[in-house]
Write a new protein. Sequence first.
Length: 206
Amino acid sequence: MAAVSMGRVAKELGVSTMSLYRYVAAKNELYILMMEVALGAPPPPPDPDVGWREALTLWARAQRAAFHRNLWSLRLPVAGPPSTPNMVAWWERGMVALDGTDLDDGARLSVILLVSGYVRNEALLMADLDAAVEASGATPRQVMEGYENTLRRLADPARYPSVARLMAEGGLGEAGSGGEEESDREFTFGLNCLLDGVEALIRRRG
């Protein structure tokens, strides 16, 4: 992201910097177009007989995959609500996933904002962890072992009994190791917790 500038884009295109301003008024508009391309269009809607929970899970996973394909896009500033065709299409697909529930449009919007926020935050955390591991020059397992050793020294059973018990029972295992399988397991756990809450909301509204 630090390398992005109107001048550099103009140089790549072989035009003057000022000529770009015929198409984008400012650098922020360039960022919006970059996100439009990076995110791409959402996948086709699922079959009509697919329930809201599965439909919303598919939507969340597709969005996560799009972020993971272009981790740099997570560094783009969020300047407002969806304002390009692909972004609006993602918004629409998320809203449609909740068809058949008793949620009104306002509640549906709140749900997809909640879920998309979780997806974005999880992808950003994984990107940061991967970058930290890469910068260390060690393997993910080595980084995790170093963290666990530090945590064991800090986790005084008298002051932090829960953390000390966790470490005594085997530590964090593979959690946080950066492995794709573990990352997916943690994502699934968090998403299911969110959707359990949405399910409770739907029952109350029903």
